[in-house]
Design a protein around this ligand. Sequence first.
Ligand SMILES: [Zn+2]
Length: 249
Amino acid sequence: MSRSYRYCRIDREGCVHCGCRRFEQEAVIDDRLAAAWELSPRERRWFDRREGHFCRDCRMSRRVRMLLWTIRRVRSGADLEILHLNETNALAPALERMGRVTPTVYRPDRPLGTRIGAFHNEDMLRLSFGDGRFDLAVHSETLEHLADYERALAEVGRVLKPGGLQVYTVPLLFSRKTRRRMRPGASGRLEPCLPPSHHGAGEFPVVWEFGGDFRRERDGAIEALYFDNYWRNRTVFAVVEAKAGRASV
Ligand SMILES: [Zn+2]
C-alpha cells in the first residue's frame, strides 16, 4: 500500500471541533441513491456512517470531522488565508478560527466573480482570484459534480501560495473503477450516460463515481490520504494535495 496512506482515529478525544463525546447515527443514503450507485449493504452502511454520524453538539458529520482533523494535522495558525469552496456549513466556524476565510458558492445563474452576500460566486474551473493568494483551500464532495475535476484541482492549485495545500474529500470506493454518469454532449452541456443520480437535496447531479484509479491518477499531486479507522470503514478519508510537487506534511 502506498506510503501516502495514513491512519488515525478522529474521535478518540471526542469531537474534533467541540470535544463533545455524544454522537448520533442517522440513515442518510436513501434507496434511490443506493440503487443508482449500486452500493452493497456494507458500502451503504459505510456511507451512512460517513454522512450520518453526527456530533450531537455541533452537528459535524464524520466526514466533516475527518476534513477538520486533517486540516489541523497539516496546517495550523490563526492568520491563514483560507479559500473555502462551496462552503460546508458545519465547517465554517472552525475555519474562521484559523484565519481569514473566503467562502464561495456556485450560482451559474448569477454573475461569476461577484459577491452574493458574504459569498463569492465562483466556478471552480475558472476562479476569479489571482495566482498565489491562499495558504489553504478546502472543498468537500464537490469534484464528483464537475465534468473536468482535474482542471478544477489545477485551478485551485493556481490560487495557492507556494507551499500551499488543498484539503478535500470525495465519495470514493477503492474496490471499484471510476465510472462516469454524465458526459459533455454535442452542445457542450453535460448529458446523462447513466440514469441521473443526485446527492443531498438533489440540486447537483453526480458526474463521477470515483474508484481506486482516482488515487493512482492523482499520484503525482497527492501528499497524503488520512483515513479514520480504515479497517472499519474505507470511505472516511481526506486528501491533501500540495500546490506543485511534493512538500512534507
Ligand atoms: Zn462537535
